[in-house]
Design a protein around this ligand. Structure first.
Ligand SMILES: [Zn+2]
Length: 308
């Protein structure tokens, strides 16, 4: 009888902790927007299908954000898809991440104008890896200079890509280019630049940790390492355990990289909540407070997120 009541007490405690956390705000530093032109329908690694249309994908992503109280989410995609999503962003949950798209004609002057018009919250996701480059490539220089001068954070894809990336549309991609140590020259040249390593560098998580220890301005987001495939999930768990051990967990931010699978948002939250090596305070840091600090949200904004 005693053990049953203890069991109930533990169950209740677990439920009450979940209820307590489920109403708290979350910031997702890694989402993708799509238009009818850029959207694709495919199964995820576990066979679960993407929504049938770009419109359905937006609706499901936005509904998941509402449901999980994701008060801010950084989107990136083509400029057309971003404008479309921003126009439908009734609750003002979305932050604009402007990256490079092969189909778009990018010039530093155009980028600077977008920054001055307040249309760039984040420079990224920068998929240099897919183009066979790193952020240290000279082509990024003028953009990084503008970002540093204007306090625009840079989001760089680190780690690898899906299976057969090199054979399917990214012939210049090489796994080694996902190593975050390759961006070290950028950190030296632009010491005030705010940078985050997307996907916590996946298989290069040790290098990410080393870089973060050496350069205290560098943050990381979790991206696909919370859900996409057992291998990156293993890297992600290892990264979090070591980040805690090395005292740099306060620079780790939640992100989902939901791509065309809105259900990845819930999977990612559940995965993070399942890590019992993290305290409740540490989980809240990852889900909200570390990103709030990185984005330099005001106390008024933080307070507003907590009463919604
Ligand atoms: Zn991404």
């Amino acid at each position: 009888m005693k053990s049953i009541s203890v069991l109930f007490a533990l169950l209740f405690l677990h439920l009450s902790v979940f209820a307590e956390t489920s109403n708290l705000p979350i910031i997702d530093m890694h989402l993708h927007s799509y238009s009818d032109q850029s959207y694709y329908v495919a199964p995820d690694e576990y066979g679960q299908m993407a929504p049938p249309t770009a419109e359905a994908h937006f609706e499901q992503t936005y509904e998941s954000m509402r449901h999980h109280k994701i008060v801010l989410g950084v989107i990136s995609g083509s400029s057309g898809s971003e404008e479309l999503w921003i126009s439908k962003d009734k609750d003002q949950r979305l932050l604009r991440g402007i990256g490079f798209s092969r189909s778009e004609d990018w010039r530093p002057q155009k980028f600077e104008q977008l920054v001055k018009d307040g249309k760039v919250d984040i420079f990224g996701e920068i998929g240099a890896f897919y183009a066979g480059k790193t952020l240290a490539d000279p082509m990024y220089d003028p953009y990084l200079k503008i970002c540093e001068e204007n306090g625009i954070p840079v989001a760089i894809h680190t780690g690898g890509g899906p299976p057969e990336t090199t054979y399917r549309g990214s012939p210049d991609a090489r796994l080694v280019l996902g190593n975050p140590l390759l961006i070290e020259d950028v950190l030296v040249k632009y010491p005030k630049l705010k940078v985050y390593l997307m996907h916590a560098s996946e298989m290069f998580h040790k290098e990410a940790l080393r870089l973060m220890v050496a350069y205290p301005q560098v943050y990381a987001d979790l991206g696909v390492v919370l859900w996409v495939h057992p291998m990156p999930m293993h890297y992600g768990e290892e990264f979090l355990k070591r980040a805690k051990e090395y005292g740099i967990l306060e620079r780790v931010m939640f992100g989902t990289d939901q791509m065309v699978w809105p259900h990845a948002i819930e999977k990612s939250i559940e995965r993070l909540e399942s890590f019992d090596f993290l305290t409740q305070v540490e989980r809240r840091g990852i889900l909200y407070h570390n990103a709030a600090r990185f984005l330099e949200l005001s106390q008024a904004e933080i307070d507003a997120h907590h009463v919604q």
